[in-house]
Write a protein that binds this ligand. Structure first.
Ligand code: UP5
Ligand code: MG
Length: 196
């Protein structure tokens, strides 16, 4: 019996580039389930009895990346729980540890379609995150101190992962500095091109 392999799109870009906003627009128009690695980690942090709560909070506040065993297993479980076949994996993989861990556990179980890369300057990203913080996001990392650390991690650890996928021809670059609807036009072009 032919068993369909779940299909995955990784969604990357700096903190506040608009990954979550676009993923929610995509999942309304296309048959993809939105799984935000950051949201899954924040949920796990709040889960009574989680042995990882404090570690996750500390990493998030300092803009550091949680060990892949934790993140990957949350993503895997959410995929299984959904019962669906197509996923937007938002904000992952963010470093070499994430990439290696995913390849170890998930690359046989899934097919990577492409990587959406939202390009946005640090200035605009920072403004957006601070705006969201001021509007009451409640996120412990929407402050200038955490944002500096998040950007350091993004530049040092995440950009090399994007470059890795770029060399494989898998990256779809999107200008994320325009309005959400304008960004979404480019996003749609990327999905329509692969016949989604
Ligand atoms: N906004 C969005 N699009 C806009 C547009 N086009 N024009 C104007 N405004 C726009 O958007 C951010 C804000 O900007 C919102 O107010 C929005 O309305 C506005 P959003 O869509 O939320 O952007 P997003 O890219 O999702 O920003 P986010 O802050 O979620 O990005 P991060 O990558 O920093 O956050 P994430 O939740 O993925 O990760 C947080 C932390 O979790 C990490 O720093 C890390 O510590 C940890 N983490 C891991 O350890 N491992 C993982 O795999 C994932 C996360
Ligand atoms: Mg997000």
């Amino acid at each position: 019996i032919h068993k369909m392999v779940p299909e995955v799109v990784f969604v990357l870009g700096g903190p506040g580039a608009g990954k979550g906003t676009q993923c929610s627009m995509i999942s309304k128009e296309y048959d993809f389930v939105h799984l935000s690695a950051g949201d899954l980690l924040r949920e796990e942090r709040q889960r009574p009895g989680s042995e990882y709560g404090e570690m996750i909070e500390e990493k998030i506040r300092n803009g550091q990346i949680v060990p892949v065993e934790v993140t990957c297993s949350l993503i895997h479980k959410a995929m299984q729980k959904s019962g669906k076949q197509r996923f937007l994996v938002d904000g992952f993989p963010r470093n070499k540890d994430n990439l290696d861990g995913w390849e170890r556990v998930m690359s046989d179980k899934t097919k990577l379609l492409f990587v959406l890369f939202f390009e946005c300057s640090p200035e605009i990203c920072t403004e957006r995150c601070l705006g969201r913080g001021a509007a009451g996001s409640g996120r412990s990392d929407d402050n200038l101190d955490s944002l500096k650390k998040r950007f350091n991690t993004y530049l040092n650890d995440t950009l090399p992962i994007i470059n890795h996928y770029d060399k494989l021809g898998l990256v779809r670059r999107i200008n994320a500095e325009v309005s959400p609807n304008e960004v979404f036009q480019d996003v749609k072009a990327a999905f329509d091109k692969v016949g989604m």
